[in-house]
Design a protein around this ligand. Sequence first.
Ligand SMILES: [Zn+2]
Length: 141
Amino acid sequence: MNPQCKTYQSQLIDILYDESELTASIQEHLDHCPECDLYWSKLIDTKKQLDQPPLDVEIAYSKIRQATAQGEAIINKRKNRKELGLFVAIAISIFAFIGWLFTQGYQKEIILFQLTSTFVLPIIVPFIAKHRYQKGCDLND
Ligand SMILES: [Zn+2]
């Protein structure tokens, strides 16, 4: 492309949007340069298409709602898989740690912890539940 054409073509965009006027020199260039003339006619066609009112397109809200629900279901499924994976990893880690403690000679302490948690935790659970319930009430206020 002629470097002069590049300048003319950028001026043509301004002319198209009435920010500049079509001068005699530009018109003369258009008359003698087929490339810029084609560019100018394409610009005019594009502007005509853009100026047309938008087509009346029916929006299928039920389909959009359905697609959104499906997307959310997929996201929830992935989230559940991640949480399950995390749970399994943590459970294996704890089990491995207890196994390691067992091999290190802490059998008595492990049994004591199990007995304590078996008999003490059920007594604590109602207090924890009550505390969480009150916290939930506070959040709802
Ligand atoms: Zn030109």
